[in-house]
Design a protein around this ligand. Structure first.
Ligand code: NHR
Ligand code: GAR
Length: 212
């Protein structure tokens, strides 16, 4: 059984989607712990309700970003994970942290990377006049939101969209995309060649999320 640790900063809806799919599809894996830098992250209480272990590593109690990364790594390593999954995790991680979990550290970013790395992605996509938006699951590398892409979901932009309405629809797509990509990872279906990630049998790595 592979062990997954999920890092969150808030609501934890992607965490919920992952835990539900992991159970429903009987993956050879389980979420063994949820860790946050925020004690009030709603996803922590949800995880506790599911009987999943939780921990808080408060960044404000640390003297530097490196010290935070080390404390976070210690909390993670206590659970001996095979995979470390960022799900709405809002702290930039340093090189040493990223190298420690190289090849087993995943993130979901709410844009079609390499467009719009960083924050405020939905506002920036609307300002740029994009006809489509979406989400990307990628391996985490030291350069923010630039790691090898595992899977992407495409969501049409509506003329009436606000950053909030677009975020809501992209989030629905995220809940499909992240469990899918993580299942491929735990099933050993992913091959990484530089920036390119492929599935074993060449199966598609995208979702088109059409409106109802
Ligand atoms: N760390 C590395 N090294 N590489 C990545 O690709 C990372 C990462 C840490 C987090 C998630 C990411 C996203 O999906 C992620 C990817 C936080 C910020 C940010 O600016 C940017 C991108 C992401 C997460 N954080 C501010 C900071 O100073 C704090 C912002 C806040 O608290 O609201 O850490 O978009
Ligand atoms: C998601 O939309 C995720 O893609 C995004 O935050 C939301 C978290 O929601 N992540 C980032 O913006 C990372 N910088 P959730 O807590 O309900 O999963």
């Amino acid at each position: 059984m592979q062990r997954i640790v999920v890092l969150i900063s808030g609501r934890g809806s992607n965490l919920e989607a992952i835990v539900r799919q992991c159970q429903a599809e009987d993956w050879p894996a389980r979420v063994v712990a949820v860790i946050s830098h925020k004690a009030d992250a709603a996803g922590l209480s949800w995880a506790q309700g599911q009987g999943i272990g939780t921990a808080v590593v408060d960044h404000r109690a640390q003297t530097s970003r490196e010290a935070f990364d080390e404390a976070l790594a210690a909390a993670i390593d206590a659970h001996q994970p095979d995979w470390v999954v960022l799900a709405g995790f809002m702290r930039i991680l340093g090189d040493a942290f990223v190298h420690r979990y190289a090849g087993r550290l995943l993130n979901i970013h709410p844009s079609l990377l390499p467009s719009f790395p960083g924050l405020h992605t939905h506002r920036r996509a609307l300002e740029a006049g994009c006809a489509v938006a979406g989400a990307t699951v990628h391996f985490v590398t030291p350069t923010l939101d630039h790691g090898p892409v595992i899977a992407q979901a495409v969501v049409p932009v509506r003329t009436s969209d606000t950053p909030e309405s677009l975020a809501d629809r992209v989030l629905v797509a995220e809940h499909q995309l992240y469990p899918l990509a993580l299942r491929w990872a735990v099933q050993g279906r992913l091959r990484v060649d530089g920036q390119r990630v492929t599935q074993l049998d060449g199966a598609p790595q995208h979702l088109f999320c059409e409106e109802p």
